[in-house]
Write a protein that binds this ligand. Structure first.
Ligand code: UD1
Ligand code: CA
Length: 469
């Protein structure tokens, strides 16, 4: 019989009831974005990745906005008065008290912890069979943070807040990151004993550490390998610092995966973007949302992509693309604007000053310059020449244009939708097409040219007479 392993409950409590005053914002602090993604989602994604049993979020100030933004993702617990971090955790009592397993407590405004960091916290907690394990960091400037006070044998005895610390305690550089792993039942027993006799008149969660220590429980600490991850975001300057750190981490991951990034300080890549190897990213590019890029592509300079799927060997320069799919061996730009719901099949070309919206362009087709193609279905090997416009909007509703395989749409053609141009039809330059064009037909819809031989001298005299009057 194989070993039967029962998975231990892993609960998570995220504290997010505080005011976040220093952000000077009407938006909840944890909804501010790092590299295009709200900071709270970094924490939630990591927790999900770790397979938490349940995730609770303590909310207060601007709580409604969190309930709306994160509906269905976490269980919300209200803390009506912000009486301190211990009081905040206490609010989760009805969900957690008496439950088996361990409980991770995290601050909503510390978005930089990696899964590895949190997992080693849990691992140390389990190895040491601790009642509480604190995630700590050694900071050059520990000002403001709670300090980790250790005993002669190196074991943690307590955490003292900066405001309550003596000069000697303030000289300690090991800080409490505000992230802990607790034996769940013991946590809730100890929370009942926390008081608010301190400089801030608050119920401090770190006091649970000394309470458990005095009861003879094992207290452990997990020191972070990279102290930069410990950073919390309190104001917009720290937001920018955290973003820079996160951006660097994301860029580095891509580089180590085989992506070349030129002038990385000018490139923005969101946390959920995927890029295959041997693709090169050029300066000034921004890749965000669920963008996925294949191998051997050339992206940028100045490619701005949001939610875009790009296949292999495609080149995109100086262009903006949203919510679209670009096939392999495609060339886009310079200066193309590709709006949502557009797809470019393999071997297509979209050139300078082309605006596409809700357009499906078939294999090998070209829209090389100065065109607008919207609400359109374009077949394979179609040539949409310079200046073509799909007249998709009559001021009331949008209409569809269909252009079938092998058709040729001459320069400056207006295709007044709804209209269909059948296979291999040919439209003469300058036409305004209002009726469907059958297969292999030639359509011309423009005024016949009038040429008056030797008329210019007469015209000149006429104008001169008029001007001398
Ligand atoms: C806290 C720790 C400190 C640690 C630091 C790390 C305490 C008493 N101190 O200090 O040891 O070094 O984090 O950043 O815990 N919150 C609530 N309800 C409350 C109070 C706070 O939900 O009643 C939330 C806040 O929204 C925030 C988190 O708890 O997300 C931390 O609170 P904050 O007041 O910022 O604690 P610090 O003073 O930074
Ligand atoms: Ca505080």
């Amino acid at each position: 019989m194989g070993a039967y392993i029962v998975k231990e409950n892993l609960n998570a409590v995220i504290l997010a009831a505080g005011k976040g005053t220093r952000m000077k914002s009407k938006k909840h602090k944890v909804l501010h974005e790092l590299c295009g993604k709200p900071m709270i989602h970094y924490i939630l994604d990591t927790l999900e990745d770790m397979g938490t049993t349940q995730t609770l979020m303590v909310i207060g100030h601007l709580g409604e906005t969190l309930e709306e933004a994160l509906a269905g993702e976490v269980t919300f617990v209200k803390q009506t008065k912000q009486l301190g971090t211990a009081h905040a955790v206490m609010q989760t009592e009805e969900f957690l008290q008496g439950k088996d397993g361990i409980t991770l407590v995290l601050n909503g405004d510390h978005p930089l912890f990696t899964k590895d960091t949190l997992q080693s916290l849990i691992q140390i907690h389990r190895q040491k069979e601790a009642a509480a394990t604190v995630l700590t960091a050694e900071l050059a400037d520990p000002t403001g943070y709670g300090r980790v006070i250790r005993q002669g044998d190196g074991s943690v005895s307590r955490i003292v807040e900066h405001k309550d610390a003596t000069e000697e305690e303030r000289s300690v550089h090991e800080i409490n990151t505000g992230t802990y792993c607790f034996h769940n039942k013991k946590l809730f027993e100890a929370l009942k004993l926390v008081n608010n006799n301190n400089a801030q008149g608050e119920y401090y969660l770190p006091d649970v550490i000394s309470i458990l220590q005095e009861q003879g429980e094992v207290i452990a600490a997990s020191m972070m390998a990279d102290e930069k991850e410990a950073m919390g975001v309190n104001d917009r300057f720290q937001l920018a610092e955290a973003e820079a750190y996160m951006q660097q981490r994301i860029l580095k991951t891509h580089m180590l995966n085989g992506v070349t990034i030129h002038q990385p300080s000018s490139v923005t890549i969101g946390p959920d973007v995927e890029i295959d190897s041997d693709t090169e990213i050029f300066p000034g590019s921004s890749l965000k949302g669920n963008t996925k890029i294949g191998n051997n592509c050339v992206i940028g300079p100045e490619a701005d992509l949001f939610d875009v799927l790009v296949a292999d060997h495609t080149k995109i320069r100086y262009s903006v693309i949203e919510d679209s799919e670009i096939g392999s061996n495609v060339t886009v730009g310079p200066y193309a604007y590709i709006r949502p719901n557009t797809s470019l099949a393999e071997n297509t070309k979209v050139g300078a000053f082309v605006d596409l919206k809700n357009a499906q362009i078939g294999k090998g087709s070209k829209v090389s310059h100065l065109a607008y193609v919207g609400d359109a279905e374009v077949g394979q090997n179609v040539n949409v020449a310079c200046g073509v416009v799909t007249v998709n909007y009559d001021g009331f509703t949008k209409h569809k244009t269909v252009i079938k395989d092998g058709a040729f749409i001459g320069c400056n053609t207006n295709l007044v939708a709804p209209v269909t141009v059948e296979e291999k039809a040919y439209i003469a330059a300058g036409s305004t097409i209002t009726d469907d064009v059958p297969p292999e037909a030639f359509a011309i819809a423009r005024q016949k040219q009038v040429t008056k031989e030797n008329y210019v001298p007469k015209l000149r005299n006429k104008i001169n007479r008029h001007n001398s009057l």
